[in-house]
Ligand binder design. Structure first.
Ligand code: ADP
Length: 299
C-alpha cells in the first residue's frame, strides 16, 4: 500500500499558509505526524480525509487519484477527527449498529460479527451496553477507533488522538492503534514525541506548513549518535557556548539543578558527557534549525 502526496498547498482566505508544498510517500504501517500547535497537521489530515480541498497538489492512494475520485477513497477510509460527537444516551453497541447501517452493511449477521470484532479489538466488549456519551476520554477515543474500523478501512487517519488522555488510557489507546496498524496505513498526528517513538515505523516533522524531516524514527535517532551531550548546571549558573553548539532542551531535577541537552559534532567542553540520542532530540534539532532559518530570513 502506498499513499503519495505531491506538492500539496493550502492557504486559508485570511492569508495563512497552512500547507506549503508538502511531499510525502507513506507505506503500510504507522506513520506519525509530529508538530507544534498551528503547524498544519489538522489541515493535512482533513485534506487527506477529503474533507477539504487543497489549492494545489495531488494525492494518490494505490491506484486511486484522490483529487479526481474522492468517493473511491472514502469507501476505504477511516477517519477520527479531533472532536467527534456522539448521540446522548445511545449505548456503544446500538451506536455501532447504527453506523453499520449508515455504512451500508445490510446483513444482520455481518453486522453482529463486525461489531463483536471491533468491540473486542478496542477492549470495549464489557462496556458495550453503556452510553458512549458517559464514557471516559480514553474509552471515547477507543470507541472512535471501533466505529472507523466497521468498513475495514485501508487508510486510517486519526488526528491528535492522545490529547487529554491520562497515561493508562493513552497506553491502552496506543496498543489498539498498534494492532490496527499492521494491515493498513495509519496516519496519526501528535505534538507528543513519545507517541511517535513508541509506535511508528515512519514519521515526519511539520512546522509552519513545511516538512522539516521525514523518514524512519530509529534511523533518525541513530544519525545523531555521538552528537548529543548533557551537562549538569546549577540554576544560578550560565552555560555559554558558540553557535556550533545547539541547546536542545533543559530539564530540572528535584534539587533544582538542571540538565542541559546539547547538540554538537564534538564535545562542547569537559563538563559535558555523551548522551544516548532520543527522538525528542531529533525534533528539537529540526525545530531549532527551522526557527533559526526563519529568523535569518526575517533579518
Ligand atoms: P495543527 O493541527 O498543527 O495545530 P492546523 O492545521 O489546525 O494546525 O492550522 C494550521 C494553521 O492554519 C494555523 O495557523 C491555524 O490558525 C490556521 N487555520 C486552520 N484552520 C483555519 C481556518 N479554517 N481558517 C483560517 N486559518 C486556519
Amino acid at each position: 500500500m502506498n499513499l503519495i502526496i505531491q506538492d500539496l498547498k493550502k492557504t486559508y482566505p485570511n492569508g495563512k499558509a497552512a500547507l506549503n508544498s508538502i511531499n510525502l510517500n507513506i507505506g503500510t504501517g504507522m506513520f506519525g505526524l509530529l508538530g507544534p500547535n498551528g503547524a498544519g497537521k489538522s489541515t493535512l489530515m482533513r485534506t487527506l480525509a477529503t474533507l477539504q480541498l487543497p489549492d494545489a497538489g495531488s494525492i494518490y492512494f494505490n491506484e486511486i487519484d484522490v483529487m479526481k475520485d474522492p468517493m473511491a477513497l472514502r469507501r476505504i477510509l477511516g477517519y477520527l477527527p479531533q472532536e467527534f460527537g456522539v448521540y446522548p444516551g445511545l449505548s456503544a453497541q446500538d451506536l455501532l449498529e447504527y453506523f453499520c447501517v449508515l455504512k451500508g452493511i445490510n446483513s444482520a449477521s455481518d453486522r453482529k460479527r463486525i461489531i463483536e470484532y471491533v468491540l473486542e479489538l478496542t477492549n470495549l466488549t464489557e462496556v458495550r451496553r453503556q452510553a458512549v456519551s458517559r464514557f471516559s476520554g480514553g474509552m471515547k477515543q477507543r470507541f472512535g477507533i471501533a466505529q472507523l474500523l466497521l468498513n475495514n478501512p485501508r487508510l486510517i487517519i486519526v488526528d491528535e488522538p492522545t490529547a487529554g488522555l491520562d497515561p493508562a488510557e493513552r497506553n491502552r489507546f496506543l496498543n489498539v492503534l498498534r494492532q490496527v496498524g499492521t494491515e493498513s496505513i495509519v496516519i496519526f498526528s501528535s505534538h507528543i514525541v513519545d507517541d511517535i517513538s513508541e509506535l511508528c515505523n515512519q514519521f515526519a516533522i511539520l512546522n509552519h506548513g513545511e516538512i522539516l524531516k521525514n523518514g524512519d524514527p530509529t534511523q533518525s535517532i541513530l544519525d545523531l549518535t555521538g552528537m548529543i551531550w548533557e551537562r549538569n548546571i546549577q540554576t544560578h549558573e550560565e552555560a555559554i557556548y558558540s553557535h556550533e553548539v545547539i541547546r536542545l532542551s533543559s530539564k530540572y531535577h528535584p534539587d533544582n539543578s538542571k540538565v542541559l541537552r546539547l547538540f554538537a559534532s564534538k564535545p562542547p567542553d569537559n563538563m559535558c558527557v555523551p548522551a544516548q540520542p532520543h527522538l525528542e532530540d531529533v525534533y528539537f534539532l529540526e525545530m531549532h534549525r527551522s526557527n533559526d532559518s526563519e529568523q535569518n530570513t526575517a533579518i
